[in-house]
Write a protein that binds this ligand. Sequence first.
Ligand SMILES: C[S@@+](CC[C@H](N)C(=O)[O-])C[C@H]1O[C@@H](n2cnc3c(N)ncnc32)[C@H](O)[C@@H]1O
Length: 250
Amino acid sequence: MSNFLHFIVTLVVMLSCSLLNPTLTAQAASSSTTVYEQRIIHSPDGIGKYYMGREIAKVMGYTGAGWLERPSREEQEQPSKIVSVLNLKPNDVVADIGAGTGYLSFRIAPLLITGRVLAVDVQPEMLEIIELFKHEKNITNVEPVLATLTDPNLPDESIDFALMVDAYHELEYPQEVMQKIVKALKPGGKVVLVEYRGENPFIAIKRLHKMTQKQVRKEMQAVGLVWRETKNLLPRQHLIVFEKPYLPNS
Ligand SMILES: C[S@@+](CC[C@H](N)C(=O)[O-])C[C@H]1O[C@@H](n2cnc3c(N)ncnc32)[C@H](O)[C@@H]1O
């Protein structure tokens, strides 16, 4: 059989297997050491990579910056409520993970008299926008931090809060990133996740850009975070709070 014919036959077999049993194909395709599965047939909005049963969404590119800054956002999503519910202390260090244009960072920074916001993102173009806004708004305590796909690049035990607004569902390596965030949190530090409510089919957001509370809690538990509370104060999003537990002798 020619190489080309062999390739076509293999492709047909793989596709028919995945149509019959996508999970089986995914497991076969994934290495035994990884926590992720790669599937051939998947949502056009996702990257075909699954973590704990959830397909990871495609990253929102920097060309979507205008959407993050849209004037109707406050009315639609009431993000100022997120800021007020954090109960920040003036000297807190807050990491805004997946900061985008810094929409949340610049609303938090004025509350931190001696503290600061680390605005973390993987897209250098987003960090350039944050630099621009820093000068325009004359805010000095927002520090852009360039992350890699697996590492937010934060020093150990240096942050009081990790805030992730509409960002967690698109992390390509959620387990690695969350493990690094847990290391970067001070004991007793908090992770605050804001995600569109996946339980509600009437919330007009693509499925992979929403998360159920059950799924979020499962994924946070997997990295040793303890659920503290879920606040139902936002019109379309969950706000879920987790804590890094104190070790017995810390
Ligand atoms: C939908 S935007 C949300 C931005 C911002 N939190 C907001 O609500 O305005 C998600 C952001 O997460 C960033 N992101 C994706 N993967 C990341 C990672 N591994 N580490 C840091 N940022 C990441 C993307 O570049 C994008 O800017």
